[in-house]
Design a protein around this ligand. Sequence first.
Ligand code: HDE
Length: 680
Amino acid sequence: MADGNDEKQRQLDRYRVDSEGSRLTTDQGVRVDDTDNSLAAGERGPTLLEDFHFREKITRFDHERIPERVVHARGAGAYGYFQLYESLAEFTAADFLCDTSLRTPVFVRFSTVAGSRGSADTVRDVRGFATKFYTRQGNYDLVGNNMPVFFIQDGIKFPDFVHAVKPEPHNEIPQAQSAHDTFWDFVQLQPEITHMVMWLMSDRAIPRSFRMMQGFGVHTFRLVNADGRGTFVKFHWRPVLGTHSLVWDEVLRIQGNDPDFNRRDLWEAIERGAFPEWELGLQLVPEEDEHGFDFDLLDATKIIPEEIVPVRVVGRMVLDRNPDNFFAETEQVAFHTANVVPGIDFTNDPLLQARNFSYLDTQLIRLGGPNFAQIPVNRPVAPVHNDQRDGYNQRIIHRGRTSYAPNSISGGCPMSGVLSGDMEGVYRHYQERVDGAKIRKRSPSFDDHYSQATLFWNSMSGWERRHIVEAFLFELGHVERRYIKEQVVQRLANVDGDLARQVAEGLGMPAPAVTTPNHGRTSPALSQANAPRDSIATRKIAFLVADGADLARAGQVRAALEEKGAVCEIVAPHEGQVGSVTVDRQLSAVSSVLYDAVLLVGDGDLSENGHAVHFVREAFKHGKAIGALPGGEALLEAAALPGRQGVIGSETTRDEFTAAFAAAIAEHRTFDRDVDSVAA
Ligand code: HDE
């Protein structure tokens, strides 16, 4: 089997530099005597201009920053590979989608959208999910998000949308938040945003982990087979660990406890060998069915419900290597929707068309000129030959006397497919007939802004709906202008009367008098409540331990949980040892929000330790599984929880305890607890 991942890694090896055992030099390779003292005229004298080492060091420092991405500035990436289950030759000529023996190397970058590079990971936002496939036919970039629809229908609105959601221009407040007037002003004035706002207010906007979120290509793309036949396609990534989210109150606390929460989670999972994995799914629509839906396939504010066109799972992607250097790789990776390979083509989705312009343009400013494809992380593994030349940061020494075509001096090389007569692997654009007047006008088939927002709301479980209402109330609670809130509620009346009424009630305003009748349709695939919850792999469990605890029993539980792939950490009032066990984290330095579940081992004085009691109450409030061994019952008692849902105590028999605790963790969260009364 050709190991494509190695192919990219071998290429990167040529650029990797290791300084171990080396001697300090300038950029010119001259060895440096001392990098702690600048050259001065006398011990207490002025610094000399002649100190070339000082000047080079400071100049390089002054120039370290490049512009951050205008959106998706905050991100984290990893390498891995993609492997196909079944050949898709019937639909596409793309080599990596036809040959099941290939392992295509990939680099994936996950991101938030609105925040700056240094903003917190856990904010209410869309997550970017961009994949670069280094295929034998060139690079293919699938630049998607973790939500299947978008805020706007036409790319020309993108600067308006981004200006509205970014910090307000006069005072640059708030950072990485949609909870402010300009965003909601845009919402109340732009009905096409309604469906996406429902997703943004849902738990999808606060994923537990990049490893536990779906990815979507969003647009309808086109696959083209060797005969030139086209098939519409929507791309889906499905996380093997299931789609899971945090809860809002937890999100706010994680921002302080660990602003790098999602980034760290990805990094640590890969370092531990728990490689994140997704399956690639396709929704395929024959060209002749283009107009067979009650929405337009070219409208990026619409999904194709999976109950209408099922998702066909065709391959898997595994991320198995962290980058060596964040800036060189994750910051400098340059995605572009127009990076396509033979067999994958565009549609006339006006959002996609705009992106095909924007991504190349943005890299020119961000990466300082046109040679960014030569940066190691961006280099294709396919050979590159053309007559494009020069520019800032040209690293290639092009030999020969010609850089034009046609030429006779270099034997006509590099030669196009047509000139060479060799059309093998050549990119051929899909021959779509286009006929129309030049007009600045949205198609009426893009006009329905509410039916799918209603479909989304209808498909939510009770707790998902509760979270959506709470999200609207939090967000609108940060809006100063009353009329904006009122208009948003009016907008919601077009989605669902009950939703509008609940939000109006929370805002202390009358429910809208007129509401659009709900069509009653659902799409069960949209609800996270219907996602599989059968694994505790990579879940983080805190073992609350104090001196004198029954460590033998805790050790048995730990071994059983770790066998299922969970990660257990010993949390104790002090570092060092508790009995024979080494403490991983000191209680006052962590928080329950950094864990998926908590096991109360006891003993010592934990039931009188405020940190420990708070830990348990907070974990309960956030719906997490709590297990109490006999020594931990006193702490459980001290926490005075208002219920026992998802709490496994010593009333459970010894044999059943671990299984019951693991089952509660696999559930992800228990949402039927009465948490409003829990002060934590
Ligand atoms: Fe992007 N987007 N976008 N976007 N986008 C960028 O490109 C843009 C859109 C997405 O990890 C920028 O290199 C326009 C949809 C991701 O490096 C920029 C429009 C979707 C990433 C840009 C959209 C995305 C970006 C900023 C409307 C989901 C991060 C820096 C027409 C399908 C990629 C950069 C990474 C990044 C423009 C809409 C996803 C400015 C004009 C829809 C995941 O070019």
